[in-house]
Design a binder for this molecule. Structure first.
Ligand code: ATP
Ligand code: MG
Ligand code: MG
Ligand code: MG
Length: 355
């Protein structure tokens, strides 16, 4: 008998479109020759308004790759209550969601409560991996080197006009320019700005506060950007290391998703000592946040000093045919369909362990 895979995609975050692209690629891989007899795909689309759709519409969205626009959405309110699909129809869930309300432990909590196996990290790993402040605290505890940073709450930016100048003074004194201002819980560089002056810093903080209550400001570094894929549960393995290169000022949303703006080299052209260091750090980071199944860990390599700093972990990284995560595994001989198969097996393994 075939295993029914509940492919959950779309979602309310700014990464809705990316999720559709990832889900298309995964659906195709589940239908590939080596998987077709094992798995059947049941797609569930979470609209931008939060309501869940099952049936033919999600199939059409997967086929076309185009989201439902606001005016085409069904349902009146934002609550998914009463819209949940028949959980009994699914053997294993595959939450192909990036960003808040998907990659952050919320959906994982629901699936855990339903006692159905699902691909990827659980509640804790997803939540820590999503929140850059909590993530950095976990990394620091694990002894992983990272950039200097300051955690900020929205109230320091919006609520009290006396606090804001002092906050900016502290950032200037402790971190200097350029610095990077980020909403703590996002991805795809949404809401991230590079600030080079007081005026830019003020604008960047105001902008980040419109995305999240929790904000992080980091010292800017000049570095090569290396990435490493991790696969497994309690004994995870690190992949070949890849490098991202681009012409723009930093790896922002446009650079990430406009064809031809960013290039990747897999394997990265760095020494074997740096590769080993990154692979070791990637596994440590995975364990530090209690990730499961998969994660992509991003690094800064400051060539002038030889330093490797961890930037972040993504517990559900971009998963299109051209995304770094599957490409780094392809370099190690694991094809896209095989990777998807392994992730489902890891979900079953984790589910069987309980707790
Ligand atoms: P992802 O899509 O990988 O989840 P994200 O939204 O979580 O991305 P980051 O990876 O934290 O965002 O940052 C996005 C990009 O901004 C980095 O790839 C890098 O180009 C630049 N950047 C972020 N922080 C710094 C820093 N401290 N110094 C220099 N560049 C930085
Ligand atoms: Mg990220
Ligand atoms: Mg991300
Ligand atoms: Mg990143």
């Amino acid at each position: 008998t075939t295993m029914r895979i509940g492919l959950l995609f779309g979602g309310r975050s700014g990464e809705h479109e990316v999720s559709i692209s990832s889900a298309r690629a995964i659906a195709r891989a589940l239908a590939a020759e080596e998987n077709a007899s094992k798995y059947e795909v049941l797609p569930f689309y979470i609209q931008k308004n939060g309501r869940w759709l099952s049936g033919t519409l999600p199939q059409q969205i997967l086929a076309s790759g185009k989201p439902l626009e606001i005016e085409e959405q069904t349902g009146q309110d934002d609550s998914p209550a009463g819209q949940f699909p028949n959980f009994n129809a699914v053997d294993v869930w595959f939450p192909v969601l990036h960003g808040p309300n998907g990659e952050d432990g919320t959906v994982q909590g629901l699936l855990k409560l339903m006692q159905v196996p699902f691909v990827g990290s659980g509640v804790l790993g997803s939540a820590i991996g999503m929140d850059k402040i909590a993530m950095k605290m976990a990394f620091a505890q694990a002894g992983l080197p990272q950039v200097k940073y300051i955690a900020v709450n929205r109230s320091e930016i919006w609520s009290n006009p006396c606090v804001f100048p002092k906050l900016c003074d502290k950032i200037e004194a402790d971190l200097g320019y350029p610095c990077f201002v980020k909403p703590a819980n996002l991805g795809s560089s949404v809401g991230i700005s590079k600030a080079r002056s007081r005026a830019e810093l003020e604008a960047a903080l105001d902008s980040a506060a419109s995305y999240d209550r929790r904000i992080i400001v980091e010292a800017g570094v000049v570095a090569r950007e290396l990435e490493c894929a991790v696969l497994g549960n309690d004994n995870p393995k690190a992949s070949t290391v890849g490098e991202i290169t681009f012409q723009s000022d930093f790896y922002d949303y446009e650079t990430k998703y406009t064809l031809g703006q960013a290039d990747c080299s897999i394997p990265a052209k760095v020494s074997s000592a740096i590769v080993s260091q990154i692979q070791e750090m990637a596994v440590q980071a995975f364990l530090a946040v209690d990730a499961a199944g998969l994660a992509r860990v991003d690094f800064f390599y400051i060539e002038s000093t030889g330093e490797v700093l961890i930037n972040e972990i993504n517990t559900f990284p971009g998963f299109t045919a051209t995304s770094m995560y599957p490409q780094m595994w392809a370099a190690d001989g694991i094809s896209f369909p095989e990777l998807v198969d392994r992730l489902i097996q890891l979900a079953l393994e984790r589910h069987g362990e309980k707790g």
